[in-house]
Each structure stands twice: as structure tokens, then as C-alpha cells.
Design a binder for this molecule. Structure first.
Ligand SMILES: [Ca+2]
Ligand SMILES: [Ca+2]
Ligand SMILES: [Ca+2]
Ligand SMILES: [Ca+2]
Length: 239
């Protein structure tokens, strides 16, 4: 799946969100995007992705790095009718390396909980990591690790912990068909098992295991068995 394809769909979704109608008394605060300071060599367009143009949006910008140039933008959705208006965070984006271009954007659902985050981690102008959340917790990350614009790694989480990765090492995936050939399984942050599909038929041909971890598991199992045996032994009374 192409990252750009995903982003396009996401953008369509965010624009499809219904507005509040035309009864807003407050004018939208422009694009919410500030131009670079004069004399600054930062670009005019920060390539922000948060939707600041919908009539129910309110944008605010902050400088967190101390150069007087805003690097964080938060966009809120106005909910309710005056005077009972609430602001719910809808989108937040940031310029992490201070070059004037936003590198990470996080979208929030109607309750203000994180939904999806897109990040350009090597600052080359293309998003290379998408993080998905469910009920506020990370559930999956999709990564373009070699910068060819296509997802080649998926990382799966349970209860906030990484449990499995799928990788397409041979590049057999297409925009519509994900075909990993390497599966890695994790226990407490440590890879314990790895399966590889060598011939591309979708089935694992070789399993590699963490021998030390397997040995430790066996030892723990034995210890548990001994503990049970000891507990079941009637206690000897002191003479
Ligand atoms: Ca940047
Ligand atoms: Ca990138
Ligand atoms: Ca890739
Ligand atoms: Ca195979």
C-alpha cells in the first residue's frame, strides 16, 4: 500500500467531516498558518496538513523551541452553540527540526482522542511512518523504512506493547496486496521467534528462535513444577 494513497484517503475523510453550518458568528481565523518572519530563510509554506479552513475550526500556534517562529499548531473543533461552546482538539502538528516544515501530524476523533499520526522521521519531505490508535492506545504502525514511498514494515501492539512485526523484505507487496515475508514475535520487548518465507508463497519456510529465551522459559516451567511439588509435600514438624 502506498503511503500517499493512504494519506489521500485520510485527507478526503477529514474534508468530508460535516461542518457546523453557516450560523457561526466568529469568522474563521484565516488559514491559521503564519508566514515566515521577514529576513527568515524559513519557507512560507510549512506544508501543514491540519484542516484549518472548515468554519468550525479554530487554530492556535506556539513556539516551543524559543526561536520566535511557531513550530506547533493545534486545531480545535468548535462544538455546541454560543454561549455553550466547547473546543475539542482535532489536529496537532509540529516542526521537529526547526526548518519551518511540519514533520508530524496527529489527528483526533470526535472525543479528542488520538486516531492517527503521520510522521516524516528523516525530514525528507515524505511521510514515512503512520501510527494508528484505538481507544487512545497505539495498535499498529506502518513504516516505509527504505524511503521508496511504500510501506514495508508493520508493527502490531497489544496493550501498548509491541508483540509482532511483519516485514516485506523482498518487496513483493503491491498497493492493494500486503505480502510480508518476515514475521517477528516479541515477549516483553524481546524478539523470541522469527519466521521467514523464502520462496514468496506466503508460508514460513524457516523459523528462528531465541535459544536463551526458550531455555529460560523451560527453566521457569521446571521451577514452577518444583514449587508446586514442594507446596504439595506435607510440612515436617520441628522436633
Ligand atoms: Ca521540519
Ligand atoms: Ca521521510
Ligand atoms: Ca518502503
Ligand atoms: Ca514459503
Amino acid at each position: 500500500m502506498k503511503i500517499q494513497h493512504v494519506l489521500g484517503a485520510a485527507l478526503a475523510l477529514s474534508f468530508a467531516a460535516p461542518g457546523c453550518g453557516g450560523s457561526n458568528q466568529n469568522e474563521p481565523t484565516g488559514s491559521g498558518r503564519s508566514a515566515a518572519m521577514s529576513g527568515s530563510n524559513l519557507p512560507d509554506d510549512d506544508q501543514g496538513r491540519c484542516d484549518t479552513t472548515a468554519p468550525d475550526r479554530e487554530a492556535s500556534e506556539y513556539d516551543t523551541s524559543g526561536d520566535d517562529h511557531p513550530d506547533v499548531r493545534r486545531v480545535f473543533r468548535r462544538v455546541g452553540t454560543p454561549p455553550l461552546v466547547r473546543l475539542i482538539l482535532a489536529c496537532r502538528e509540529a516542526d521537529l527540526n526547526g526548518d519551518g516544515v511540519k514533520d508530524v501530524v496527529r489527528y483526533y476523533n470526535d472525543e479528542g482522542r488520538p486516531l492517527r499520526e503521520e510522521a516524516d522521521r528523516n525530514f525528507d519531505g515524505t511521510m514515512d511512518m503512520i501510527t494508528y490508535f484505538q481507544e487512545g492506545r497505539i495498535i499498529r504502525q506502518e513504516e516505509d523504512s527504505n524511503g521508496d514511498g511504500r510501506v514495508d514494515t508493520k508493527i502490531f501492539y497489544e496493550h501498548g506493547h509491541m508483540v509482532r512485526t511483519e516485514r516485506d523484505l523482498a518487496g513483493r507487496s503491491t498497493p492493494t496486496h500486503w505480502q510480508p515475508d518476515r514475521w517477528e514475535y516479541f515477549e516483553e520487548g524481546r524478539m523470541v521467534r522469527m519466521g521467514t518465507d523464502l520462496d514468496g508463497d506466503g508460508n514460513v519456510d524457516r523459523w528462528d528462535r531465541d535459544a536463551v529465551w526458550s531455555e529460560q522459559q523451560r527453566a521457569d516451567d521446571n521451577a514452577a513444577t518444583i514449587d508446586e511439588a514442594v507446596e504439595e509435600t506435607p510440612g515436617m514438624e520441628d522436633p
